[in-house]
Design a binder for this molecule. Structure first.
Ligand code: ZN
Length: 340
């Protein structure tokens, strides 16, 4: 199984983060491990929305991961845990290097190199294919996002070494509520960034349609302007109607844009009411011949793993489970950014 949508900020066990925190002597509000672990557990009845989810947990995990040694250990543990818990065979790990430089104390180069070294060790130890997707941030300035693009190009993959690739792709992430995708000047600049990355051989994925903040209209804007290889979530296609829905379905199928589904996080952020909604969506995608794959997003914040995500969806799919899950696994292989 491939996990193509997993964030470094939400995929490291709290025990590992606690050790880093203590070893580095970081001053925080946490007095013991229990309160720390509790504060890093996302519960559906506590999280109000996607924006709330991102603000509540990621600032803490990104701060702890903000040094080369912390970033390296974190990356290694993501792969080790994913493989041991769910027999994952390939991981494309995404993170925002700009948010890990501790207010300019470290360089993005040092952070990316450290993550690469962590992944190289994990690939060698566990036989898992690995690669890095660098996330831009809707909450960062355009200047900072351009810096991430230029750094990504410098570190782009030159192929696989013992299963470990370098930087294989670019992502856009961050709060959806500001509806930046509806702003022409912003989209034109982001489109230029993505174009430069693509010309340098990087693949593109884009968080959009994860909540009503961007919605189906935001998905349409992104596909028309950027033509991403994959879309993070895109679950809002469920709520599209009329011409927008027709156009979205046609474009996703024609461009073979793979939707990276992440069931449990959608439930935690209250984007879907239940798992049945995901199963229904999977059926709809298969019917329209739109590629999809299943991923974890933030396995440690939401206490899941890839095997469990597949099982949850399979349970809801009933008799169609084998066929539709196998199709998802095949799409993940066909749409992965990692070299073969
Ligand atoms: Zn995500």
């Amino acid at each position: 199984m491939h996990d193509l949508h997993i964030h470094l900020g939400g995929a490291v066990p709290s025990s590992v983060l606690w050790e880093i925190l203590c070893d580095n002597g970081l001053r925080t509000q946490y007095v013991d491990f229990t309160s720390f672990h509790d504060s890093l557990t996302a519960r559906p009845n506590e999280v109000k929305s996607l924006d709330d989810f991102l603000g509540r947990y990621f600032q803490v995990t990104e701060e702890i991961q903000s040094s080369p040694s912390a970033a390296s250990v974190s990356a290694y543990q993501v792969i080790a845990k994913a493989h041991r818990r769910a027999q994952v065979s390939a991981v494309e790990l995404r993170f925002n290097p700009h948010k890990r430089v501790r207010h300019g104390l470290h360089t993005m180069d040092a952070i990316i190199l450290a993550v690469m070294q962590g992944l190289e060790r994990a690939s060698l130890h566990y036989g898992v294919a690995t690669g890095i997707i660098l996330s831009l941030g809707r909450d960062l300035s355009l200047e900072s996002n351009w810096q991430i693009i230029d750094t990504a190009i410098k570190w782009r993959s030159r192929g696989s070494l013992n299963g470990a690739n370098g930087v294989v792709g670019i992502d856009m992430a961050g709060p959806e509520s500001r509806s930046l995708e509806m702003s022409k000047p912003w989209m034109s600049e982001v489109s230029a960034m993505m174009g430069k990355a693509r010309d340098a051989g990087l693949k593109i994925t884009y968080h959009v349609g994860e909540s009503e903040g961007t919605g189906p209209e935001g998905m349409l804007k992104v596909i028309e302007a950027i033509h991403p290889d994959r879309i993070g979530h895109g679950i809002e296609l469920r709520n599209a109607t009329g011409k927008t829905k027709e156009r979205l379905i046609a474009l996703l199928r024609e461009e073979s844009t793979c939707l990276e589904l992440c069931p449990t996080v959608n439930l935690v952020t209250r984007v879907i009411p239940d798992y049945q909604a995901i199963a229904k969506f999977v059926r709809e995608l298969a019917y329209h011949k739109i590629p999809y794959c299943i991923n974890t997003d933030n396995p440690y914040l939401i206490h899941t793993n890839l095997k469990q995500e597949y099982e949850i969806v399979g349970h809801e799919l009933g008799a169609d489970a084998d066929t539709l899950l196998e199709l998802g696994k095949q799409h993940a292989v066909n749409h992965r950014f990692l070299s073969n």
